[in-house]
Design a protein. Structure first.
Length: 376
């Protein structure tokens, strides 16, 4: 906090040649003089920092924004989502609970960065929102509109009955499908693959349920399914489901047999399936070999003397870790036969459980070759 209680961030609202003093206007009062009155009652004021492009945000749209809310004389935000790389989509009229913020968003364009002042009736009211905001607080919000999707057509479409949906004109249906694709692409880019898959599949279902009036329209609808099949194939590859990814890749090839992306997706899925199958076969063969050697070892223990088995264990461990060999030799020396048998069993269990499979396998092989005469 700097002189007279004005934080450094708010000093930008004062001219360079003026020093803030207690008898002057507050920072927010001074800022309000250079802002645009959005509603005409002074409740929502706006200043554009960086212009956006394209149309304004429509009502009932879903928006992705970065925002930070500040109290007067505070240098840090009381609420922000700027730490999020991919802010979630918020639906106007449902997810945006601050009235002034929703009013401000409707005046913004994609890519725009603006600053808003909200009076209490457009912010947190007379009671405030303890402990974040005090009662009757005027708040400053800095908002960057990253993107928005007009979901009005989607909301209207899904509010209808199935019979009514079938009567919706094809251009409106295509707009709904395109919006679903936009939602899916955004979720995919944010690595929400399950949600993206659901959006793509919903769009495909809408196209499947549409009865074409003629062969031309049928071909057009089939062609519209192609990008969704490709997106589903890629999404399922990300979800490590190569069999389903391959199935959607084949569906894409049924529409366009020479589509490069579809061929590539099928190749990726097939390669992953072969690799996974190979690993499973190798794992099964290794397990079978391990069980085979375990049977040989049990036969060895049953037919050979305890001394031979102990010598085999110690000689093998000595070749790997001499210190461990000396330690085991010291433990075994001087104890009764029953106690040494118990130690041997514990030792074998430790080797089997904690050492790598190759260590255990070599141990089995050495035991077998040394005392049973069996050649593997």
């Amino acid at each position: 906090m700097s002189k007279n209680g004005v934080p450094p961030r708010l000093q930008q609202f004062y001219p360079v040649d003026e020093r803030p003093s207690p008898d002057r206007q507050s920072p927010y009062q001074r800022l309000a003089r250079q802002m645009q009155d959005v509603l005409g009652d002074g409740g929502v004021l706006k200043e554009v920092i960086r212009e956006g492009e394209g149309p304004l945000v429509p009502e009932n749209a879903s928006v992705a924004v970065h925002y930070s809310g500040y109290l007067e004389y505070a240098d840090r935000p009381f609420d922000t989502n700027c730490y999020m790389k991919f802010p979630r989509l918020m639906k106007l009229g449902k997810d945006v609970t601050l009235w002034g913020l929703e009013v401000g968003l409707l005046t913004m364009k994609k890519g725009e960065f603006s600053r808003f002042l909200f009076l209490p009736r457009y912010a947190y009211g007379r009671l405030g929102c303890p402990p974040l905001t005090p009662p009757s607080a005027t708040v400053l919000f800095e908002v960057q509109l990253i993107d928005f999707l007009d979901s009005a057509e989607v909301d209207d479409f899904f509010s209808r009955t199935p019979d009514e949906q079938s009567e919706v004109p094809l251009p409106r249906l295509l707009k709904v499908v395109d919006t679903e694709r936009g939602f899916g692409n955004r979720l995919f880019n944010q690595r929400h693959y399950e949600d993206a898959k659901d959006r793509y599949k919903q769009a495909v279902t809408l196209l499947k349920n549409r009865e074409p009036v003629d062969e031309v329209q049928k071909r057009d609808i089939e062609a519209l399914k192609l990008p969704f099949f490709l997106n589903l194939s890629l999404t399922l590859l990300r979800l490590e489901q190569p069999a389903k990814a391959l199935a959607y890749g084949k569906k894409a090839l049924e529409i366009d047999a020479r589509n490069a992306k579809a061929l590539f997706r099928c190749g990726q899925a097939s390669a992953i399936q072969r690799e996974t199958g190979s690993r499973a076969v190798n794992s099964k063969s290794k397990t079978q070999q391990l069980m085979h050697n375990l049977i040989l070892l049990l036969a060895l223990i049953k037919t050979s003397s305890f001394t031979h088995c102990c010598v085999c264990v110690c000689n093998y461990i000595n070749s790997q870790t001499p210190f461990l060999y000396l330690f085991i030799h010291f433990i075994l020396k001087g104890y009764s036969l029953i106690y040494r048998i118990q130690l041997f069993i514990h030792l074998f269990t430790l080797i089997f459980v904690f050492h790598c499979p190759l260590f255990t396998l070599n141990f089995y092989i050495n035991c077998s070759r040394a005392f049973s005469g069996m050649q593997l």
